[in-house]
Design a binder for this molecule. Structure first.
Ligand code: F6P
Length: 362
């Protein structure tokens, strides 16, 4: 076993539908090529805590359609800014040297990191200190630059669209305004796509700060036209013009502390107060990132996984596998790390939404 080439894989950040499909694709490819492949448990923290486990084919059997990640994950641990809990509180330490030592100890030639923009930033820092990395773009938020699509987004968007379909029946039966708050952090991809797919009357996204009067006017106009109910979808990062983000909590030992949430309730309350129409908010939360990936996400995740391993076999390093014009390509990590990708407000779907008469709050 000692003379065999070894590679490793970890999943970082929030769980996401399709993670297991990527793991399966990379592990199967590596084993078929005669390599050892280690799974690192619990994200980048596992690299520090030496949670390495040799994986076999049976470890990845029957996981293609399973949500979550068999390796475990966390959106807290950053080896360069690692939270250590002391009697005096949390102290952050640079532990990247431990990561290098652990990778060396297991003779790892390549580290596959499957994660969102936080993980990509860490991967790019690790690359700078000499670790060989290939990254795979994961996130329901779809906010990684360099790729046209992250896996997990299709599932989240589909769940959110279905939620709108379900909310519509209550909206219509009770003549209410139903507000759906979805995730996405500082980007509005989930809200925009689910809003169009689910027939929302109003879509509020972070890229277009909204004016409450515009939202009220749109709903009022519908009421005057005889439409007794309205559907509003709000991204958790949406803000009013000149307003602040709505923060749900701060996670002190996380390298990115802010967790968004709560704007949907604010929007529902302001609509009810201003228009005297009964309004309710549903926060979709983790339902949109748990559970079975859509077939599209399974295929995309599988393509990313196989392509990531192929990139390794071709001698590539410090790259992200990415989707461009429906082909999988590689792009240098340092060109895309720490550069979130936002909805283009001049883009096709925004323009078409406006043409359909959907209120975007501006
Ligand atoms: O990045 C994925 C995501 O689900 C975001 O949409 C959301 O803002 C965040 O993670 C929530 O993080 P946590 O799991 O720490 O609550």
């Amino acid at each position: 076993m000692g003379e065999k080439e070894s590679v490793a894989i970890l999943t970082g950040g929030g769980d996401c539908p399709g993670l297991n499909a990527v793991i399966r694709a990379i592990v199967t490819s590596a084993l078929q090529a005669g390599l050892n492949i280690y799974g690192i448990r619990d994200g980048f923290g596992g690299l520090i805590e030496d949670k390495f486990k040799l994986l076999q084919l049976e470890d990845v059997a029957d996981i293609l359609a399973r949500g979550g990640t068999i390796l475990g994950t966390t959106n807290r641990d950053n080896p360069f800014h690692y939270a250590v809990h002391t009697a005096k509180g949390i102290v952050f330490e640079d532990r990247h040297q431990v990561v290098i030592e652990n990778l060396r100890k297991h003779n790892i030639k390549m580290l596959f990191t499957v994660g969102g923009d936080g993980s990509l930033k860490i991967a790019s820092e690790l690359a700078k200190v000499g670790v060989q990395v290939i990254a795979v773009p994961k996130t329901i938020d779809n906010d990684i630059s360099g790729t046209e699509r992250t896996f997990g987004f299709d599932t989240a968007m589909s769940v959110a669209a279905e939620a709108l379909d379900r909310l519509k029946t209550t909206a219509d039966s009770h003549h209410r305004v139903m507000v759906l708050e979805v995730m996405g952090r500082y980007a509005g991809w989930i809200a925009l796509h689910a809003g169009v797919a689910g027939g929302a009357d109003c879509i509020l996204i972070p890229e277009i700060p909204f004016e409450r009067e515009k939202v009220f006017a749109a709903i009022e106009q519908r009421r005057r036209a005889g439409k007794k109910s309205s559907l509003v979808i709000v991204a958790e990062g949406a803000t009013e013009v000149g307003g602040e983000l709505t923060v749900a909590r701060l996670v002190e030992d996380s390298f990115e502390k802010i967790r968004l949430g709560g704007v949907g309730n604010k929007v529902a309350e302001m609509i009810e107060q201003a228009l005297k129409i009964e309004s309710r908010c549903t926060v979709l939360g983790y339902l949109q990132r748990g559970g079975t990936p859509t077939p599209y996400d399974r295929v995309l995740a599988t393509r990313y996984g196989v392509a990531a391993f192929e990139a390794y076999q071709q001698g590539k390093t410090n790259v992200l596998v990415a989707l461009r014009d429906d082909a999988i390509v590689t792009v240098p990590i340092d060109c895309v790390a720490d550069k979130p990708r936002f909805v283009d407000i001049e883009g096709e779907l925004v323009r078409f939404a406006r043409k359909l008469g959907i209120c975007l709050g501006d």
